[in-house]
Write a protein that binds this ligand. Structure first.
Ligand code: FE
Length: 344
């Protein structure tokens, strides 16, 4: 969109998450979606790099023939097989699908940070694979070869069809719903469900004082991811508020059905990858855990829980607590001014 030289100041009340080109997509101020700026600052306060974390113990344990069982080695390689490509899928979606359709500069600021964090996560997996001298081609290609990892990647990537098209534009009811659908699937499912059996396994190692350097990397990743998820929920809720007509009964049912299907894919993945269970977590435990978090994701965007089960792995919520900035978005609820209340 060309800049109008000498035009009147931006009318902030016209700023929108999507379809708000009239309110300037370049000027950060005035802000309308100030919550996104808070996320940007919180994410910066949580900055970390994989190379800051010592990997010596992991290297010794991985080399040793007695420190880890065959099942544990297989489990660790397989979760890396999922992780190594999952964050690249997330990054591509932000850069190729989400960013160009978002018309709020403050939301774009956080997306730039989020895209960088996805790169840091892929770097962390690369760093683990390299430190432990694993077979890179085996680990990084696993999403094609392991059927339950493939099923998750294939499910997610199918939601990029249409959106990755260079001619895709928001601005019609159908296109806007398609875009909202992409945001729901990527935030609630990819970032909110598909990482969590793998996170649980890694923290299982940590609780046994095994591969603790890798586990610390994954702990930082999980803290970032929980912020991505919370941001994504807020983004979805902001679009719902600005364009409530998109959130139809049929649309809500579609999202619920996909979340139920994704939960199944996730616990099938856990059952296939850890057939005899691991660290006291068995197939039933994974299933219940995934159903529990799926309900939490649904609730965050105002959809009805579908499973109503207790969290069988309560220690997972503690795993997010890290010394730096803490995962404060998980507990904090802030009301911000929106729409007509804003004057500048
Ligand atoms: Fe993410």
């Amino acid at each position: 969109m060309p800049i109008k030289k000498g035009a009147a100041p931006v009318d902030i009340n016209k700023r929108r998450v999507i379809n708000g080109e009239d309110a300037d997509v370049i000027q950060l101020y005035p802000m309308k979606h100030a919550w996104a700026w808070d996320y940007y600052n919180a994410a910066n306060a949580n900055h970390w790099l994989p190379t800051e974390i010592g990997m010596q113990l992991d290297i010794e344990q991985w080399k040793s023939t007695t420190a880890l069982t065959t099942d544990e080695r297989h489990a660790f390689e397989t979760v890396l097989g999922f992780f190594t490509t999952a964050d690249s899928i997330a990054a591509n979606n932000i850069v190729i699908a989400t960013y160009r359709h978002i018309t709020s500069p403050e939301i774009r600021m956080y997306l730039l940070r989020q895209a960088y964090e996805e790169a840091i996560h892929t770097h962390a997996y690369q760093y683990i694979v390299e430190s432990l001298a694993m077979d890179e081609s085996k680990i990084f290609n696993m999403y094609r070869e392991n059927s339950s990892i493939y099923a998750k990647a294939d499910f997610i990537l199918s939601f990029n069809e249409g959106i990755f098209d260079k001619d895709f534009k928001t601005g019609t009811f159908e296109a806007d719903q398609k875009f909202l659908e992409n945001m729901c699937v990527f935030s609630l499912i990819l970032e909110g469900i598909f990482f969590y059996s793998s996170f649980a396994v890694v923290f299982g190692f940590q609780r046994q004082h095994k591969l603790t350097g890798s586990a610390e990397q994954i702990q930082y990743i999980m803290r970032d991811e929980s912020m991505h998820l919370n941001f994504g929920c807020q983004l979805i809720n902001a679009v719902k508020e600005e364009q409530p007509e998109l959130w139809t009964k049929e649309f809500q049912e579609k999202i619920i059905n996909w979340i139920v299907e994704a939960a199944k894919l996730e616990y099938t993945y856990a059952a296939n990858v850890f057939p005899s269970g691991i660290f006291g977590m068995n197939a039933q435990g994974f299933k219940q855990y995934i159903e529990h978090i799926a309900d939490r994701r649904l609730a965050r965007v105002g959809l009805a829980p579908q499973f109503n089960v207790e969290n069988p792995f309560p220690w997972m919520s503690e795993a997010i607590d890290l010394p730096k900035e803490k995962n404060f978005f998980e507990t904090r609820v802030t009301e911000y001014q929106t729409g007509g209340a804003l004057q500048w």
